[in-house]
Design a protein around this ligand. Structure first.
Ligand SMILES: C[S@@+](CC[C@H](N)C(=O)[O-])C[C@H]1O[C@@H](n2cnc3c(N)ncnc32)[C@H](O)[C@@H]1O
Length: 340
C-alpha cells in the first residue's frame, strides 16, 4: 500500500466502527452479525446525526486499507488472513444503511450520503464527459484535464451514443450528475433493494425519471447487455472489504470485463486504492486472462491472444493532494480503462 493517504483524525465513532470490523467473519451466513453491528452505529442518538454517521462510515471505508497490491495480484485463492476487512464488505451493512436512508428520505426528504463528497462526484462526472467526448472524436487521450468540454448540441449528440452503467449505484446521484452533463442512456444497479428504491425515488423527485435502476449483484450479474461506459464509485472498495475480498475482486474484474463493450471504458473511483494500485490490479487481471487464453489455445494448438483486456487511459489529476510521510498523495483516485 502506497502509504500516502491522509489519515483522518480518530473519532469515537470510527473507533467503534473499527471495533466491530468483521475480520473474524468468513462467510455471508454471518451477515446477520454485520447487521447487528449497524445498530452500534445507530446508537448515535435517536436524532441520528446522518452527516456525522456517514462521514464516519466513509472514514471506516478509507481507513480499512487492504493490502499491498502484490497480495491481490497473486493467483492464490485463499483470502489473506491478514487482510483488513470490515462490515462495509457485507450486503447486510448496505441493506441496513439504505433502508435507513430510504426512511430518512421519506420522512425528511434527505438525499443521503454522497460518497467521497459532492465535489468529487462533480469532478468524476465532468471529467468522464470530457473523456467520452474525446474518445467519440477519435482521440484516445493520455489525460483529459486540459480537454475543452464540448458544450451544447455537439457534446449532447456525441454523448447520446454512450450507454452508461453505474455499478453499486447506491442513491444513484452520480447518474443524475452524468445526466446533467448530457448523458441520456443511464442505468444503475445495486445488490441492495433499498438502495435501488432510494435511487428511484430520488431520480423521480429530481426530474430524472428516465434513469433505469435494477437490483443486481455485480459479482453474479444477470445483465446481458454491454455498456459503452461503466462507472464505479466506491463499489470495488466495498467489495474488497469482504473477508473473501481478494477472490471477490477477481470475480469483479471478470464480470466487469463482460459488462464493458469493446472499445468502451470503465471509470473506477476509489478511496482505498491509489491510481497505481488500481492499474496494478488491472494488470494482474490482464495477465490472468492472457495466461488462461494461452492455455486454451495451446490445447488447440492455435495462436494465442496476448492483448490485454483493459488498458489504462487516464486518471483525474485535479483532486486536492496531501503531504503525508514525505509523500504526496490524493485521498481519492479516479482511473479510466479502455476495454479491448
Ligand atoms: C461506498 S457505496 C457507494 C455507493 C455509490 N456508488 C455512491 O458513490 O454513492 C458502495 C455501494 O456498492 C454496493 N455494492 C457493494 N457490493 C456490491 C455488489 N456485489 N453488487 C452490487 N452492488 C454492490 C453497495 O450496496 C453500495 O451501494
Amino acid at each position: 500500500m502506497a502509504g500516502i493517504r491522509l489519515l483522518p483524525e480518530d473519532s469515537d465513532v470510527s473507533q467503534q466502527v473499527r471495533a466491530v470490523a468483521l475480520s473474524d467473519l468468513v462467510s455471508d451466513d454471518d451477515r446477520s452479525v454485520a447487521a447487528d453491528s449497524w445498530s452500534i452505529k445507530s446508537e448515535y442518538g435517536s436524532t441520528l446525526d446522518d452527516d456525522q454517521r456517514h462521514a464516519d462510515a466513509a472514514e471506516a471505508l478509507s481507513n480499512a486499507n487492504l493490502r499491498a497490491p502484490s497480495d491481490y495480484s497473486s493467483d492464490k485463492d485463499e483470502p489473506d488472513s491478514e487482510a483488513v476487512t470490515s462490515m462495509l464488505g457485507f450486503q447486510s451493512y448496505w441493506d441496513a444503511a439504505y433502508a435507513e436512508e430510504l426512511t430518512n428520505f421519506r420522512e425528511h426528504g434527505h438525499s443521503g450520503e454522497v460518497w467521497f463528497g459532492a465535489d468529487v462526484m462533480e469532478v468524476v462526472a465532468s471529467w468522464t464527459k470530457a473523456l467520452c467526448v474525446d474518445i467519440s472524436q477519435g482521440r484516445i487521450p493520455n489525460h483529459v484535464d486540459d480537454v475543452k468540454t464540448e458544450d451544447g448540441e455537439l457534446g449532447d449528440k456525441l454523448l447520446s451514443s454512450w450507454s452508461v452503467l453505474d455499478i453499486g449505484t447506491g442513491n444513484g446521484l452520480l447518474l443524475q450528475e452524468l445526466a446533467k452533463q448530457g448523458f441520456s442512456d443511464l442505468t444503475g444497479t445495486d445488490y441492495s433493494e433499498s438502495a435501488i428504491s432510494l435511487a428511484q425515488s430520488l431520480s423521480e423527485r429530481d426530474g430524472f425519471s428516465n434513469i433505469k435502476f435494477l437490483v443486481d449483484d455485480v459479482l453474479e450479474t444477470k445483465l446481458e447487455q454491454e455498456f459503452r461506459l461503466v462507472t464505479d464509485k466506491g463499489t470495488l472498495d466495498a467489495i474488497g472489504l469482504h473477508p473473501d475480498g481478494p477472490v471477490k475482486k477477481m470475480m469483479y474484474w471478470d464480470s466487469v470485463s463482460r459488462l464493458v463493450a469493446p472499445g468502451g471504458i470503465l471509470v473506477v473511483t476509489s478511496c482505498n486504492s491509489t491510481k497505481d494500485e488500481l492499474i496494478q490490479e488491472v494488470e494482474s487481471f490482464n495477465q490472468r486472462k492472457i495466461a488462461a487464453a494461452q492455455e486454451l489455445e495451446a490445447a488447440k494448438d492455435e495462436e494465442s491472444c496476448k492483448e490485454p483486456i483493459f488498458r489504462y487511459v487516464s486518471h483525474v489529476r485535479t483532486y486536492p493532494t496531501f503531504m503525508f510521510g514525505g509523500s504526496v498523495g490524493s485521498r481519492v483516485a479516479t482511473v479510466a480503462f479502455l476495454r479491448k
